[in-house]
Every structure is written in C-alpha cells, then in structure tokens.
Design a protein around this ligand. Structure first.
Ligand SMILES: [Zn+2]
Ligand SMILES: [Zn+2]
Length: 133
C-alpha cells in the first residue's frame, strides 16, 4: 500500500475498512449503524474528506439515495429495481466515449454507467413463487 498523502483520521480509516469489503455499497445511514461508536457528524465529515481525497466514491441513485463505495478501478453498476441491490460489473464502456471526448478537446473525468433492472436473485424468487401457485 502506498503511503497516503493526507492524514486519515482513525474514524475515516474505520469507514474505509468498512467500504473496502467486496461489492460493498452503503448509505451514510448504514455506515452509521455499522459504526455505532462514531458520531453522526464525524461520519459525515469522514465521508466528505475521503470523497475529496478520491478514496471513496459517492453514487447518486435514481431513487434519490446516495451510496458510498471504495474507489476501485472504473466499473459499471447494476441496480435492482425490486430489492435495491447494487452490484459491481466489470468493464467500462464509458472509456471509449471519454477517449473520443478527449480527442475533441474535452476533459472527461468519469463515466458512471448504471444499469437498472431486476437482479438474478429476484428473478429466481419470482419464478419459484409462480411455480408454487
Ligand atoms: Zn433484486
Ligand atoms: Zn461499485
């Protein structure tokens, strides 16, 4: 691990540890519930500074909810409209679009691709329900 340029408070480190779990996307409230010893204001401050340091990313979902995740190499998201589950998907089709923008003189910085639909688990549950009728 390269040494981080800015000092990370102990609380911010706790938030980082939490978010670094695989496929982890949490709302500020969920983070707060997971760290009951840390005050609400401290959590918000930690999230704000970690986001500014680009150690975490904030994703604004269509539902108006924002979730936080550890900064991983660019990936896409699948959001289940039934259970709200968020999954990381590999790949970044936005890279090509960013490159073409760059060639035209723009300064693209991120491409967030979110695909909404029904996840495998919900589809499976639905099928089972139907076969039980
Ligand atoms: Zn689902
Ligand atoms: Zn993600």
């Amino acid at each position: 691990m390269p040494r981080m340029k800015q000092a990370v408070t102990r609380q911010a480190q706790q938030v980082l540890n939490l978010l670094s779990a695989e496929n982890c996307h949490m709302t500020a409230e969920e983070i707060q519930n997971a760290l009951p010893d840390v005050g609400r204001a401290t959590i918000y401050r930690a999230l704000f500074s970690l986001e500014r340091q680009r150690q975490i990313r904030r994703l604004a979902l269509e539902s108006g909810v924002a979730v936080y995740e550890f900064s991983r190499p660019q990936h896409m998201h699948f959001i289940c409209e039934n259970c709200g589950r968020i999954e990381d998907l590999p790949g970044n089709p936005g890279a090509e679009a960013m490159q073409s923008l760059e060639e035209r003189g723009y300064l693209p910085q991120r491409a967030d691709i979110m695909i909404y639909g029904i996840c495998l688990k919900c589809l499976k549950n639905n099928k089972e329900e139907q076969s039980n009728v």
